[in-house]
Design a protein around this ligand. Structure first.
Ligand code: ZN
Length: 281
């Protein structure tokens, strides 16, 4: 293919950050750092391998997802508990914070709400950074493993324990609606503990063995009343395959904590977005 004469000059134009995060409303990390020093556990949910479970977190409470027994990645959905249609917006969270999330970054909700649903308050894998392959942990690039892609990629193969289907079953069970009604509420996830990136030469999505070990956890504060839904991915540590029962899989634990009320005095749940929603003339 012929290139224009100024191809190199065009490529050499410096990039600019689309959404400078310092312009976003800041999370009150100093308060959260104090509040998380005195946590009382109020609930605990074990997510079995290749299954999903829901959990509820009141606004201002904390929750932790912990690796137990063996390296395992999780696919996390979050909803506003009062309105399940307001849910985590992986694509916009990626645009605002980058391909992988860690402490201080937020999980934003879908239009027409777009406010923080949760803020990450601690991440024991925060040391990992970005490796030499361009890989990092807790991605918002990988959607969720699903039976539709699997059917396309495997000549019609049927596999029912992809994260998508696990999340559908768990949400249907929690809400009492049919799986067909629950399915459209399932959305792109935060890939907890998953180590992913894009290959530098071909730009392809890759995964590699997660660095997570039992005892590692990621912790959040709920910025609204939340319904969480977490799937223990059939990919296990996602070192080789998913969408099958081939990988070694382990449970994930979710714990919900009430912080010291004094530390949260004067704190308010996330306000609605200030856009007037008239969309102009
Ligand atoms: Zn999965």
């Amino acid at each position: 293919m012929t290139q224009p004469q100024d191809a190199d000059a065009r490529r050499a134009i410096r990039p600019v950050i689309c959404y400078p995060p310092e312009n976003l409303p800041a999370a009150d990390m100093a308060r959260y750092e104090t509040a998380r020093k005195d946590l009382t556990r109020t609930d605990s949910v074990t997510v079995p391998p290749r299954e999903a479970r829901t959990f509820s977190v009141p606004a201002g409470h904390f929750f932790r997802i912990t690796s137990v027994e063996g390296p395992q990645v999780g696919d996390l959905n979050l909803h506003n508990a009062q309105n399940l249609a307001e849910r985590f917006y992986s694509g916009k969270s990626r645009a605002l914070h980058g391909t992988h999330l860690t402490t201080g970054e937020r999980l934003w909700s879908s239009f027409p709400h777009m406010r923080p649903l949760a803020t990450i308050t601690h991440d024991t894998l925060g040391w990992y950074g970005i490796d030499s392959f361009g890989g990092s942990v807790h991605d918002v690039i990988g959607t969720r493993c699903d039976p539709y892609s699997h059917a396309l990629l495997s000549d019609g193969g049927q596999y029912h324990h992809c994260c998508h289907s696990n999340l559908v079953r768990a949400l249907a069970e929690h809400t009492g609606v049919s799986r067909a009604e629950a399915e459209p509420l399932v959305h792109d996830v935060l890939n907890v503990f998953m180590c992913t990136g894009f290959t530098r030469d071909t730009g392809q999505y890759f995964m590699k063995a997660s660095p997570v070990r039992p005892g590692d956890y990621i912790e959040f504060v709920a910025e609204t009343d939340l319904l969480g839904n977490l799937s223990a991915c059939p990919g296990g540590d996602c070192s080789a395959s998913h969408s099958s029962d081939a990988a070694s899989c382990y449970p994930l634990q979710v714990d919900v904590f009430r912080p010291d009320p004094a530390a949260m005095q004067g704190w308010n749940p996330a306000a609605e977005n200030s856009y007037d929603r008239t969309h102009g003339d």
